[in-house]
Design a protein around this ligand. Sequence first.
Ligand code: ZN
Length: 143
Amino acid sequence: MGPAPFIPPDTREFILPTNRLRDRVMHETGIVQSIIDILEQQAAMYHAKKIVRVNLEFGVLTAVMPDAIRFAFDILSKGTIAENAVLDIKMIPIKILCPECNAEHTLDAYQPLCPVCESPAVLIVEGRDEMRIASMEVDDGEG
Ligand SMILES: [Zn+2]
């Protein structure tokens, strides 16, 4: 091990993305903790012994990273009823409705204008802030 690298003060801006990455991981961690809380409540309600599989859905515009969700889930589910559950993560594509030309479009990436008539009055009807547990499979210990 050599000495720690010297970082001159004027490179601080280059260090910033690391902090952003940490913020991102914190973001996903918070989401996953909420999901596990809900799963535990649901499992208790149905007297489940184990959660086997969980289907999650996120709108594309939540900017959630599935790999980060899986990473956080592996850590946070340890010792809970959801430990070792298989995660299915579906990203819901952006769907917009244009009131000018009445067209509905599914977009790969967000764009503020209608792709047909270029109206700025488009409504985002799907793929926005959805974060949901679509379904889960449980083992009730009887089979
Ligand atoms: Zn339009």
